[in-house]
Ligand binder design. Structure first.
Ligand SMILES: [Zn+2]
Length: 398
């Protein structure tokens, strides 16, 4: 078999299932062969997960959107969902004598976690939590939680999130009183840890201005976009696409580690964090579905463009050219939807809706809600902030 990322021939046993749309963004909820492939070798699968997907998914921008956008309202709160912490960056105003780094995380109610560890390097300082391979006890470090909520409903979810996200780290509670049977299960606290707790507690009492350092890799999206184009292009058009000269160029971008050179190649992959260019700009503002990932394929002239509106509302948009020579290929979907087609992904509910044509979502968003009854049903599941239980029952700060 030939791998679509490295283009090398390898034994069948060297291949594994690749989620073209990353699991960390909800790829596992996608029930559609377009977004999965078995034609990626294990080596490329793990390399792209580590250096390309992680850089895109585990950074400040992406983690902030989960708890602080309309995305939150689609969780099924009756099922005690895992609501992750958002990433704030490195902290230098508290020093732990045993650990070099401290990263800070924020939960929906304002609760904070200080994570002390030794797992960072120049290669991984843009990825929240450091090298994803080093999550084992030895590297997991210590975490300190400053809780804000006193509502048992939110406290339960907060504890679950704390436990899940920092699974292997030693956990401490700066300001919550724990029941004795829980305390017994926790590691005994030493003088250093006691001091850290007191220092953090004092900091939160005085409410002094706190500075955080964020490290952001320029053009961190380009290689991710190249991966999407290669994977989706292959799912749609097979080897005709993978062996074409434009796929070869995209493969060069995929393997390019020089971020300055990626700057030059950026226009090829279109824009990110900016108003989409060309005649797409009129389109994109009408097709978003706030709180969910919108995955759209546009046919524009002789091009096929993939537009992922991550988290909805155009806050984290990815616009990628799959091909500029659409007439060289054929696929039933392109025949069926001459302007394009799309899907709505709701990982919070393990839902994947579609496919539907671009025209019907345009109609839906401009008033004709009957054009997509499934989306109308989905919207009923959304809870606004006002409908959710209050964080604070006693009406005073803890
Ligand atoms: Zn490969």
């Amino acid at each position: 078999m030939k791998c679509i990322y490295c283009n090398e021939e390898k034994e069948e046993s060297e291949f594994s299932l690749e989620h073209i749309f990353p699991s960390a963004l909800g790829g596992k909820s996608i029930d559609n062969p377009l977004f999965k492939t078995r034609e990626v070798c294990k080596k490329c699968n793990s390399l792209s997960g580590l250096y390309i997907d992680s850089a895109f998914v585990k950074n400040f921008f992406a983690t902030m959107l989960v708890p602080f956008s309309k995305y939150l309202g689609y969780y099924d709160f009756e099922k005690s969902p895992h609501i992750p912490f958002a990433y704030i960056g490195f902290v230098e105003y508290i020093k732990h004598p045993e650990f070099e780094f401290c990263e800070k995380w924020l939960w929906i109610d304002g609760s904070m976690v200080y994570h002390f560890h030794n797992n960072s390097s120049e290669d991984f300082n843009t990825i929240a939590g450091g090298d994803p391979r080093k999550r084992k006890n030895k590297y997991a470090g210590e975490v300190y939680l400053v809780g804000i909520t006193d509502n048992p409903f939110w406290m339960t979810l907060l504890m679950q999130a704390y436990n899940k996200q920092f699974q292997k780290s030693k956990k401490f509670f700066v300001n919550y009183m724990l029941p004795d049977e829980v305390k017994e299960k926790l590691p005994a606290i030493n003088q250093i840890q006691k001091n850290i707790c007191e220092e953090i507690y004092k900091l939160h009492k005085t409410k002094e201005e706190q500075k955080h350092t964020l490290v952001i890799q320029e053009n961190f999206n380009i290689r991710f976009q190249a991966k999407l184009a290669l994977g989706l292009g292959h799912s749609l058009f097979g080897d005709d696409y993978t062996q074409s000269s434009e796929a070869k160029n995209i493969r060069d971008i995929f393997w390019n580690k020089d971020y300055k050179e990626l700057e030059r190649l950026k226009p090829e992959m279109l824009q990110f964090f900016s108003e989409p260019k060309e005649n797409l700009s009129n389109f994109t503002q009408y097709i978003s579905f706030p709180g969910c990932h919108g995955l759209f394929f546009f046919v524009v002239d002789n091009s096929l463009i993939f537009y992922a509106d991550l988290y909805g509302e155009g806050q984290y948009p990815v616009l990628t050219v799959i091909t500029r020579n659409l007439d060289s290929y054929s696929h039933a979907l392109v025949e069926e939807y001459p302007e394009g087609w799309g899907y709505i992904l709701v990982p919070q509910r393990d839902m994947f809706i579609g496919e539907f044509d671009i025209a019907s979502i345009l109609a839906y968003n401009t008033g004709d809600k009957s054009s997509l009854p499934e989306l109308l049903e989905l919207e009923k599941l959304h809870k606004s902030k006002e409908e959710l239980p209050p964080f604070n029952l006693k009406g005073k700060e803890i």
